[in-house]
Design a protein around this ligand. Structure first.
Ligand SMILES: C[S@@+](CC[C@H](N)C(=O)[O-])C[C@H]1O[C@@H](n2cnc3c(N)ncnc32)[C@H](O)[C@@H]1O
Length: 333
């Protein structure tokens, strides 16, 4: 039984305990343990002993779950200090630097979403989706950023992954939706479909995206309703942006509605972000938790097959990591 320690903690610290308790409840019976990286939220530097205690407590919970099997521990994403994250964001205008290389176990990411015993209710609270910068997203994305947000090997890994799972180029009747799109979608070179729609915040970026046949400027945090008919798209992509969505279950429900039955939704992400605009549960957790968080969006939106995860990182530890969490729309919704 995990309980709050008796020591005097601030309400912020208690909230973090509560979040970990809820995440530990989501862990799967394979014994995959999430090891928390030290989260550093806007000027509130949590004491490291607090986090040591939390990690230990979660490990105990997991060991109980796995019975006599050896508990495996994922140590993903060495995380980042406030300054490393800050520099990464600032770097988006000048060519962002990679975070510290991650030490990872091969195949560990793929295990994270296997046989998860999801709690009945969505385990996150409204404060988990708050951002440090709560000003309208339209302000933050007002000026175009003609930059890439992940390094070239990560982009190449994503394009290669797409080339394996996308319908063949130029397949009649195929439509693709790129959510949180910009001037690049990282589709395989020369890839085309009759209809490729981008939804994003900056019109100049979207206009310049060569794979899009049309685009919509829409703030999904203000209006999660997608302006498309039911059962329209074969594939939905979202690259390094799922962490900016503050009403993820609403957006994922909409994704399900507009996907054709059997259609594929691919959420990909690395370990960097515009820190002030990412939701607090993202900035306070590491890569393994991110996989779990995105998996939970699919699960709680309903209408999707159980989500799966894949680590497509090109050169673990040497270039940006790249993870994919994906699912298909169930045929029986
Ligand atoms: C880090 S960039 C990634 C852009 C692109 N997917 C890529 O891979 O380069 C984040 C993107 O998310 C989009 N975005 C952020 N907040 C959004 C919101 N509230 N509604 C819709 N799109 C949003 C922005 O337009 C921006 O293009």
């Amino acid at each position: 039984m995990l309980s709050y320690p008796k020591s005097k903690h601030t309400s912020k610290q208690k909230h973090i305990y509560s979040m970990f308790y809820r995440m530990s409840k989501m862990a799967n019976p394979f014994g995959v343990t999430v090891q928390q990286r030290v989260p550093v939220l806007a000027g509130t530097c949590p004491c490291s002993s607090l986090f040591t205690k939390v990690t230990k407590t979660i490990t105990v919970v997991k060991k109980l779950n796995v019975g006599d099997r050896t508990a495996r521990r994922i140590v993903l994403g060495l995380g980042a200090s406030f300054w490393a994250q800050f520099m990464s964001m600032a770097g988006s205008a000048v060519g962002a630097k990679s975070f510290i290389a991650s030490a990872r176990q091969k195949g560990a990411v793929e295990e994270i979403l296997k046989n998860v015993e999801w709690p009945e209710q969505f385990p996150f609270k409204s404060e988990d989706f708050q951002r440090f910068d709560e000003s309208p997203d339209s302000l933050f994305y007002e000026a175009p950023r003609f930059v890439t947000h992940i390094d070239d090997p990560a982009i190449a890994a994503l394009s290669k992954y797409y080339s394996k799972v996308f319908p063949p180029s130029n397949t009649p009747g195929v439509s693709i939706l790129d959510l949180c799109s910009s001037w690049v979608s990282h589709f395989p070179a020369g890839y085309k479909q009759e209809r490729v729609v981008g939804v994003g915040m900056n019109e100049e970026e979207l206009k310049r995206n060569p794979v899009l046949t049309e685009y919509v400027v829409q703030d999904l945090n203000q209006n999660p309703k997608l302006p498309f008919e039911d059962n329209l798209f074969d594939v939905i992509t979202n690259v390094v942006s799922v962490d900016y969505i503050t009403k993820p279950v609403d957006v994922f429900k909409e994704m399900c509605r507009v996907l054709k039955p059997g259609g594929l939704a691919i959420m990909s992400f690395s370990n960097r972000c515009f820190w002030t605009k990412a939701i607090s549960i993202w900035t306070s957790t590491g890569d393994a938790e991110h996989v779990m968080i995105v998996g939970s969006y699919f699960h709680y939106a309903g209408g999707f097959e159980p989500p799966q995860a894949e680590d497509i990182s090109p050169n673990p530890g040497r270039s940006d990591p790249m993870y994919v969490v994906y699912s298909t729309k169930a045929f029986t919704t």
